[in-house]
Ligand binder design. Structure first.
Ligand SMILES: Cc1cc2nc3c(=O)[nH]c(=O)nc-3n(C[C@H](O)[C@H](O)[C@H](O)COP(=O)(O)OP(=O)(O)OC[C@H]3O[C@@H](n4cnc5c(N)ncnc54)[C@H](O)[C@@H]3O)c2cc1C
Length: 449
């Protein structure tokens, strides 16, 4: 049967969540992905018997009644996954001192009082602002409040959300606290959101912040793949299907209306609704050809600045990380406190100096790999422009950058290099190749591993 109620292009976490929610509501759903695994970035991969999580370091809001929990419950997957609460949202190495950032919002506020005594009052006002933002978000995501009521009360309930939505993270914080040192410390995790506080939309910073500090931070037992597999199971138990190794090459349009898709293997499917989880650049740049509004949208997208990407170094160790002194779940190594400067270093590919974070999967989920093996990952902001398209040059650069990062790790954890059994660097080109997240729309065939 080639007709479904809904066709979804891309089995990333966005496409799968949409599919599972609709399947749980009774719709027949088909999801298509070019990869052989479901999940997009939310997948695991294996090397030499080691299991690596591609991307997940932590998610907020998985506690009962919290935002992400509510979404996953409505997809019928909360009873299929096992969230593991993290001890701390993250730790940070700041001027040689290791600091565990408190999870609990009040404990964090008091910690900041102690560290920045001159800013006590400003810190309290900032936290009050964050509380108001979170209350507004909870109001908007509360399924018990009808849409008309949300519309009616939006301005009064979501005043802080409205006020902050056009401000950068720095602009919001500076309304309350002037100290540069505070700004840098408080926003040390900016790398997770891609831009330094001077450029980063405040909502991009504060929404996940409330997830971590108000709603709690979690990892998922079995890694990211466990979540994606659970969503696939819901879709398939409800008459739906997830088609893997099926790249969609065209969205079929008749009289301005999308009615189906065509895959690279020549299959055609029709649906009442078509949803694309592929990037807007890819969807409109490649998949939609004959829609009158597509060209204007493409032009609009092309005028936008391309954002940064990430590199991630996946390391399998022949011992438990603890033997090397790696005891934190997530730790951020801050060697450059000025985030604007750090951003420039990273975007320019100065791999010997940019800040980076280490995620210790063996600590977050001891069942992911056996206890005498360790799995860690190093993450840093990067730009696709730093990575040559030529295959040989690319491979050579990968070796060089891997070596630089390993040397830097060795200075923090002497003896680590000797314990490396598996090492794989995922670059912005790797990310693009696997998820077709090309910023300029085309599916480029690129040199990679
Ligand atoms: C290294 C790294 C670490 C991260 N860590 C975290 C974290 O700790 N916590 C967190 O919350 N977020 C994290 N993120 C972000 C998070 O992983 C992503 O925001 C999220 O997975 C994006 O999901 P998506 O469904 O929007 O897109 P994607 O995961 O990109 O999914 C899109 C899917 O569409 C498919 N596709 C595209 N075009 C086609 C086509 N033509 N035909 C068929 N299929 C197609 C792709 O194969 C892909 O599977 C991290 C990201 C990275 C890269």
């Amino acid at each position: 049967m080639n007709h479904y109620d809904v066709l979804i292009i891309g089995a990333g976490i966005g496409g799968l969540t949409c599919g599972a929610r609709l399947a749980a509501m009774g719709y027949e759903v088909a999801v298509f992905d070019h990869h052989y695994l479901p999940g997009g970035y939310v997948t695991n991969f294996q090397r030499k018997g080691y299991t690596f999580d591609v991307a997940l370091h932590g998610v907020g809001g998985l506690g009962k009644g919290q935002s992400f929990h509510q979404i996953l419950e409505s997809c019928d997957v909360m009873n299929r996954i096992h969230p593991l609460p993290k001890q701390h949202p993250y730790s940070v190495l700041w001027e040689g001192e290791k600091i565990d950032i408190p999870q609990d919002v009040n404990a964090y506020r008091l910690f900041l009082h102690e560290r920045f005594p001159a800013e006590k009052e400003g810190v309290d006002r900032l936290f009050e602002g964050i509380r108001e933002l979170h209350a507004g978000l909870q109001f908007l995501s509360n399924p018990a409040v009808p849409g008309w009521k949300k519309g009616l009360l939006f301005l009064s309930k979501c005043r802080t959300l409205m006020k902050w939505s056009n401000l950068t993270t720095e602009q919001v914080i500076k309304q309350y606290v002037q100290s540069e040192e505070f700004m840098n410390f408080f926003t040390a995790l900016w790398g997770y959101y891609g831009l330094p506080p001077q450029k980063l939309s405040s909502l991009y910073f504060f929404i996940p912040w409330t997830g971590y500090h108000v709603e709690g931070t979690y990892y998922i037992q079995g890694g990211a793949q466990a979540l994606s597999n659970a969503l696939v199971a819901v879709i398939e138990e409800n008459r739906g299907k997830v088609y893997l190794k099926q790249e969609v090459t065209e969205i079929l349009v008749k009289q301005k209306e999308a009615y189906g898709i065509r895959t690279k293997k020549g299959l055609e499917f029709t649906g009442d609704w078509i949803v694309s989880n592929a990037s807007p650049a890819h969807t409109l740049g490649k998949l939609v050809n004959n829609h009158p509004q597509a060209e204007a949208y493409r032009k609009n997208l092309a005028a936008k600045e391309v954002g940064p990407s990430l590199s991630q170094l996946y390391i399998g160790l022949s011992c438990h990380p603890e033997e090397l002194g790696i005891t934190d779940e997530d730790i951020l190594f801050v060697e450059e406190k000025n985030h604007q400067m750090d951003y420039e270093n990273l975007i320019e590919g100065r791999y010997h100096m940019g800040n980076f974070s280490l995620t210790n999967y063996s600590k977050m989920d001891p069942t992911l790999n056996c206890s005498n093996r360790g799995v860690i990952a190093i993450t840093l902001i990067d730009s696709i422009e730093n990575w040559p398209e030529n295959k040989e040059a690319y491979q050579q650069k990968k070796k060089e950058v891997t070596e630089i990062l390993l040397e830097r790790l060795e200075t923090y954890y002497p003896g680590l290099k000797e314990k490396v059994e598996v090492i794989e660097l995922g670059t912005p080109r790797t990310m693009e190749r696997y998820t077709k997240k090309s910023a300029r729309g085309g599916i480029r065939i690129l040199a990679d591993d």
